[in-house]
Design a protein around this ligand. Structure first.
Ligand code: ANZ
Ligand code: ZN
Length: 804
């Protein structure tokens, strides 16, 4: 058996590919394919979690190239951010040094994967030639009034010493370090994502993304249609406005609840209730929204003031309770305890009135939450569902007490961070002129390098040398903004840079992006559903609207890769000690074995646990292919039937592999390869086909495997006598006639009812099928001895006995 030496072979080809610029991106693409995989941050070590998406992306890019596409495929580094800064602090190194070292290591690791990257196009978001344009992007948003500063309660991670966007708080903890997030009242920078809420929802219908990602975005944006209703407050001129999706329950409103932070609390509160309310408001201010929403036991206090239900003219008490959030709707609700769970719980606890207005079986301890026929609702009795909602809303509109309203759950994106290692926000604060954007000609605002940061994480941008500056307008002394941007801003536009990464006239070269956009396939993990994948769409919509890019959804196809787990089935993590380091495997078995194994683990969007035993299997396959391809083949006893069969199997393999890779179903494609090599093994043992037929099989096998095992394929390809790279070959076509199934299942019916079936050669004629079916009937007696009056035969499908 000839064994494959992955070490020397893979290195040899990587060197040749590089020397011959095999993966250089063609200019002026006629038939572009832009393959993109989410870039990684320079952690310093590529683990299997990186290999997985990048390998899938590489296979698709190679596959596209062999289909005649001009391919743009490269990679980069999402180099700013807290993990880098924290690691640098830990190692007592400047963050830039630490990052550069990691990038150097990772470039070698990437090279070892054998991916067809065009390394001239690598992006590093922490370099001024990139972040200059991230700052440019910020200035465009500022100019368009889509970037603004606001003081308010924000999420604060005490461990990371910085604010976080809502998207980055997962179940109340920091997305990065899992520390419980606190609330702080701070002035921060925001991007107006909410202005795009509707567009971001509508755009989902135009893109081919997995449903789970689209659903996550829809839920996060949370569009809901309802009514805003103004309630008069007894003894006050202010109205209390609520947002409700259930105007049909208006007659059942028995109290109101306002959020502790609501500006009216202070205004309407009665003197006797003031101490109790103040204390409650204080307590509530310490909890996060998530904690408040998840709290089982509802709490609240009466304000001492009443509102008037416009439908019944009844006085209803106004309560303060923290189950109502200031950040949603109007921060106040009309409570309908008979038909809303939370209101019911609250009413039950505090002995408030419960009034049923929707027909249904309501017992002492239940709530009827669904829609239904209205009762106890005056002239609206008997109406139902949308009709009831519309009628009541119309009445409210006529009486100028309300209007229809669309509400979104999405909040603006908080993008400022109080940390050093990020893109400086290009803004100057001047006492006279206010907030002044740094003139574009002064970009970039340079991040000082070579900084030693202590464990408190204090940003050196707070130093006078950075802060003190002249106002670009009035030239008086002014102060630079010291916050940096969320790294998700850096990654919100990086894909526009690859088409011409060294462009100096702007963030992206319009000609180049016109040629390459849209991105053909974007691959990445599902964990970014409501973070990166939402931000990147928001920025695209913004850039499109302002005439910077030619389309609003430049990432129309997204493939979600699954997650690779440790051998124990848990998420890979250092603390669990179950991290599989691909480097060990690559040095022992070669990159192709790792690629092949990963792609064979299961459906690409599932991922799964790393199984060393199955890895051995994948590695054996690589050796087997090499052995089949390189060993001497000798015809011993030529068998034309077996030769024809081999050819048919080869064509079926082409068909299967083409379809499967095209749909990113890599595992089933690999299974087909394995089956085919089993056939080849048998053929070789018997020597049953001609030398030409054998060579054809091996040659095509090398070509078909090229996207998955690029080194092995290249090696085989030259071994069988070719000179040009296998990666420059056209993808093979199959012959339709040869992939037709040779046998079909013929159904036997009696008077049209299914009775049995048998297998026959495809294309067997009618007379023969009737004969076969009749013979079977004599044995099985499908017709139950009844007299056959007619036999209907449909070739390749059925034989129907018509009996008396
Ligand atoms: C009366 C009512 C009766 C409601 C009923 C529901 C059922 P979505 O679908 O999520 O938009 N609500 C409004 N603002 C709120 C806030 N700031 N904090 C907590 N709850 C709030 O939900 C809209 C419903 O959530 C609104 O409709 C309101 O309760 C509540 F049988 O009003 B409803
Ligand atoms: Zn000024």
């Amino acid at each position: 058996m000839n064994t494959y030496d992955p070490q020397s072979t893979e290195k040899k080809w990587q060197k040749i590919w590089q020397e011959t610029s095999l993966y250089k991106t063609p200019t002026n693409p006629k038939n572009p394919y832009y393959g993109l995989v989410m870039f990684a941050y320079p952690s310093g070590n590529l683990h299997c979690g990186h290999w997985y998406p990048f390998t899938g992306g590489d296979i698709l890019a190679r596959f596209a190239r062999m289909h005649g596409h001009d391919v743009l495929h490269t990679n980069g580094f999402d180099a700013f951010g807290l993990p880098a800064e924290n690691a640098a602090i830990k190692h007592g190194k400047p963050a830039d040094e630490w990052t550069d070292e990691n990038i150097a290591t990772m470039k070698n690791q990437y090279a070892a994967m054998g991916n067809m990257y065009d390394w001239d196009r690598v992006i590093d978001t922490s370099k001024p030639d990139y972040y200059k344009w991230t700052q440019w992007l910020f200035l465009q948003l500022l100019k368009a009034d889509k970037a603004y500063q606001k003081k308010g309660l924000v999420n604060w991670c005490p461990h990371c010493h910085t604010t976080l966007a809502n998207e980055q708080v997962i179940h109340g903890v920091c997305e990065r370090c899992e520390t419980k997030v606190e609330r702080k009242n701070l002035k921060q920078w925001y991007f107006k994502t909410t202005d795009y809420a509707d567009k971001l929802i509508k755009g989902l219908d135009t893109i081919d993304w997995p449903d789970r990602i689209k659903d996550a975005q829809r839920n996060w944006i949370g569009r809901s249609e309802g009514t805003q209703i103004n309630f008069t407050i007894d003894g006050h001129s202010d109205a209390l406005t609520v947002f409700t999706t259930r105007p049909d329950t208006l007659f059942g409103v028995t109290f109101m609840v306002i959020a502790p932070e609501h500006p009216l609390v202070d205004v309407i509160i009665s003197d006797t209730q003031r101490p109790a309310v103040s204390q409650y408001v204080n307590q509530a201010g310490k909890k996060t929204d998530v904690a408040r929403m998840e709290e089982k036991d509802k709490t609240g206090v009466f304000t001492g003031t009443y509102a008037v239900n416009p439908a019944t003219n009844e006085q209803i008490p106004i309560w303060v309770a923290d189950y109502v959030l200031m950040g949603y709707g109007t921060g106040a609700i009309m409570a309908v305890p008979a038909h809303d769970e939370r209101d019911f719980e609250f009413a039950h606890k505090y002995g408030l009135e419960i009034k049923q207005v929707i027909e249904g079986d309501v017992q002492a301890n239940t709530v009827h939450t669904g829609a239904g026929v209205l009762i106890n609702s005056g002239r609206f009795d008997g109406l139902e569902g949308d009709e009831a909602k519309n009628e009541i809303t119309d009445w409210l509109k006529e009486s100028e007490l309300g209007q229809t309203h669309t509400q979104y759950r999405l909040r603006d994106w908080l993008i400022s961070r109080q940390r050093y290692w990020g893109t400086p926000i290009p803004v100057i604060h001047c006492e006279g002129c206010g907030v002044v954007g740094v003139p574009e000609t002064d970009l970039p605002v340079v991040l000082p390098l070579n900084q030693k940061i202590d464990s408190t994480g204090r940003s050196p941008l707070l130093d006078d040398s950075f802060v003190n500056v002249q106002c670009p307008h009035c030239k008086s002394d002014a102060k630079r903004e010291t916050d940096t941007m969320d790294t998700f801003v850096d990654s919100s536009w990086y894909y526009l840079r690859y088409p011409n990464p060294h462009y100096t006239q702007g963030p992206f070269d319009h000609e180049a992006i016109k040629q390459w956009l849209p991105v053909s396939t974007y691959i990445g993990g599902p964990e970014h559903a409501t973070m990166h994948l939402l931000y990147v769409r928001f920025i695209a919509h913004f850039l499109y609207e302002n005439g910077h890019i030619p389309m609003a959804e430049p990432l129309p196809k997204f493939i979600c890769n699954g997650l690779i787990m440790g051998p124990d089935g848990n998420k890979m993590s250092k603390s669990k000690g179950n991290v599989v380091d691909p480097d060990d495997y690559v040095s022992k078995y070669g990159a192709d074995s790792v690629r092949l194994y990963m792609m064979f683990m299961g459906p690409y969007d599932d991922g799964g646990p790393w199984d060393p035993q199955r890895f051995e299997g994948a590695h054996r396959f690589v050796n087997k292919v090499y052995d089949l391809a390189t060993a001497q083949y000798k015809t011993q006893e030529l068998n034309t039937e077996i030769e024809a069969d081999l050819e048919a199997k080869l064509h079926k393999l082409i068909k299967k592999v083409s379809e499967d890779i095209g749909e990113a179903h890599f595992n089933t494609a690999i299974a087909a390869f394995m089956e085919f090599t089993n056939t080849l093994t048998k053929v070789r043992q018997a020597g049953s086909v001609s030398a030409d037929a054998w060579k054809q099989s091996i040659t095509l096998l090398a070509v078909l495997l090229a996207p998955i095992t690029p080194h092995l394929s290249e090696e085989i390809w030259v071994t069988v006598g070719n000179t040009e790279s296998v990666h420059l070959q056209a993808w093979p076509k199959y012959d339709e006639d040869k992939v037709k199934d040779d046998v079909v299942t013929i159904v036997i019916q009696v008077n049209g009812k299914l009775r049995g079936e048998f297998v026959a050669t495809t294309g067997t004629d009618q007379a023969e099928l009737e004969k076969l079916a009749t013979a079977l009937n004599q044995k099985e007696n499908f017709t139950n001895d009844a007299e056959t009056v007619k036999v209907i035969v449909v070739p390749n499908r059925l034989v129907n006995f018509v009996v008396k």
